[in-house]
Design a protein around this ligand. Sequence first.
Ligand code: NI
Length: 206
Amino acid sequence: MPILKIARMGHPILRQVAQTVPDPTAPAVRRLAEAMIETMIDADGAGLAAPQVHMPWRLIVVQVPAERLAEEGEEGGDGVPPTVMVNPLIEPLGPEKETAFEACLSVPGLAGPVPRFSRIRYRFQTLEGVVVERVVEGFHARVIQHECDHLDGILYPMRVEDFSQFGFVEELRRASAAKGGDEAEGDEADDEDWDELAQEAGAGGR
Ligand code: NI
């Protein structure tokens, strides 16, 4: 299975509204999904949307390791194994939002703070055509919202409200360390967060 080429911000495919997949059980859909999972794992990403690999379909793949939830302060979360979601739909449950740093394989090297709904219900079709519905919150909800945005031509920088904190992961990490890093209170990202963001931004580790 080939590793797919990832489109970067500025490429018109990322601004398109993707099309509904008429038959999630079609062999071509499975082939794309399997290549996307391999590409996501290779890139250490938490998710990947079909437009990012130049296919304008409403299809995302997601993986959230349980240890990542623990790092996000969500101990006890089950995590999400690599999962294919065809034609996903999101419904926010309440108006509450949380702001946290995000990165994206299509926006290499950068990260910024993005407000997202805290709690959502979402549903999708599997490659077998089965409808799955979930209610999730926190980091899991954030990943789903980020990936579904890709299907509507929206990249996370378009959601950033405070651009004073938008920048290169390596610089943000340095600035955070200078402010106290791991000892910082509240919303401050810690060292492990920066490692994860660096991976998601395709910027390598330290
Ligand atoms: Ni992305």
